[in-house]
Design a protein around this ligand. Structure first.
Ligand code: S3P
Length: 442
């Protein structure tokens, strides 16, 4: 796809697509609950459609009527209860979605049948040992079919034991796999997180009636959390409202900041504090982003008014590291693009997890930023970007990674000359209407 620099300012009101993490979890918990769960604001992106497809193969009726109510589309899931999934016919294909593969594995480990979890070429390269280890400690029998600790996984369902688990990395997918498996364990399980990752699973489990308790562990660290989940509570169907995904809104925010004269109003963007690290970085860059209509639901959200801004690193240097990293891990591609336009040096540290996302995002971000004329270098667990010079169009390699594609589509709007993305279809994973929405705003 060939992209031209923006010829006019971006203006208007828009709702970014539904939150991907919350959408996945609404299908998963809806399937395990008794009764009909209704989800508004669901993200009909390829990743969440893969989750729907897997649960349909497990015998769950899911009505994707995409009926309009208040301009939104309600998804209905006829839950079967946690012990009534069917033996799937064929493999469970999670496509590009690590969340689907990892969370689903936690559930499949406890079923009375054997199943195979697989995905596309990118997913089949991503590490699964991180879930195989704790699930195996619970008694799960999981083999990597190719012996490389990646998908396809063959999961022989069995009875699971309770676990007391200290998370070795901040990962919501690993934490969620363990918590979902814990619904089936013989006693209460505990997960300890030194650095909190996104907590959508905990919030939704509580809303559906699970016996889950979250407390602080100040003796470990000021942010450490302990999550205790006891099996046995009946999960009941709920009405779930999915706010707009801050990870998708981030690309529109960045576009509005970078294209001169822009003013964009984004409605109902999720601001769960375990996801909202981007807002701190935007503030530090001096971005003009005003938050209004803050709604304190279990998953809080707010409207954002964004005006194009000159971005500058405070005192010439911004270091993004430590506890903020899990709260903006998916926004680092767009933050790296913003950093290339911001005057000063941006240093990203402690983000080694970026190397095992949909692509090696550290290598690919630095490669593409340099192609566009930015000064950027890789470090083992992050990157250093010296920004503020004008960028020019380039040939962008995406490795089929939706967030790399959207990040550089935004960079292209503010660069001189045309940019070519080697793949734009991958964007459908999280934001199928991305280019439509950009066109609406321009
Ligand atoms: C997700 C967790 C994060 C994130 C991913 C979605 C989730 O991954 O990067 O896009 O929905 O649980 P990790 O758990 O690997 O950090």
């Amino acid at each position: 796809m060939k992209l031209h620099p923006a010829s006019r300012a971006l203006r208007g009101k828009i709702t970014a697509p539904g939150d991907k993490s919350i959408s996945h979890r609404s299908v998963i918990l809806g399937a395990l609950a008794k009764g009909v769960t209704e989800v508004s604001g669901f993200l009909y992106g390829a990743d969440c459609l893969a989750t729907i497809d897997c649960f349909r193969k497990l015998g769950v009726r899911i009505e994707d009527a995409r009926r309009k109510t208040d301009g939104r589309q309600v998804l209905q899931i006829e839950g079967k209860g946690i012990f009534a999934l069917d033996t799937p016919f064929g493999e469970l294909n999670c496509g590009n979605s690590g969340t689907t593969a990892r969370l689903l594995s936690g559930i499949l480990a406890a079923q009375a049948f054997t199943s195979i979890v697989t995905g596309d070429a990118s997913l089949c390269k991503r590490p699964m040992k991180r879930i195989m280890e704790p699930l195996s400690q619970m008694g799960a029998v999981i083999e990597s079919v190719n012996g490389n600790d990646c998908c396809p996984l063959r999961i022989h369902g069995t009875r699971l034991h309770a676990l007391d688990y200290r998370m070795p990395v901040a990962s919501a997918q690993v934490k969620s796999a363990v918590l979902l498996a814990s619904l089936y364990a013989d006693a209460a399980s505990t997960v300890h997180e030194a650095l909190p990752s996104r907590d959508h699973t905990e919030l939704m489990l509580r809303a559906f009636g699970a016996d889950i308790r979250v407390s602080e562990e100040p003796e470990i660290s000021p942010l450490a959390k302990k999550i205790v989940l006891a099996p046995g509570a009946l999960l009941r169907a709920q009405k779930v409202h999915v706010p707009a995904d801050i990870s998708s809104a981030a690309f529109l925010i960045a576009a509005a900041l970078l294209v001169p004269g822009s003013e964009v109003y984004l409605k109902e963007v999720g601001i769960n504090p375990t996801r909202a690290g981007l807002l701190h970085v935007l503030r530090a860059f001096g971005a003009d982003v005003e938050m209004t209509n803050i709604t304190n639901a279990a998953e809080p959200y707010a409207d954002f008014n964004v005006k194009s801004s000159k971005l500058v690193c405070p005192e010439g240097r911004l270091v993004i590291e430590g506890e903020i990293i899990p709260t903006l891990i998916d926004e680092l591609p767009v933050i790296a693009v913003l950093a290339a336009f911001a005057e000063g040096e941006t240093v990203i540290k402690n983000a080694g997890e970026l190397r095992v996302k949909e692509s090696d995002r550290i290598a690919l971000l630095v490669r593409n930023l340099r192609e566009m004329g930015a000064e950027a270098e890789e470090t083992p667990d992050g990157m250093i970007i010296r920004g503020g010079k004008p960028l020019h169009g380039a040939q962008i390699k995406t490795h089929g990674d939706h967030r790399i594609a959207m990040g550089f589509a935004v960079a292209a709007l503010a660069a001189e000359g045309d940019t070519v993305l080697d793949d734009d279809a991958c964007i459908a994973v999280s934001y199928p209407d991305f280019f439509k929405d950009l066109a609406l705003l321009s």
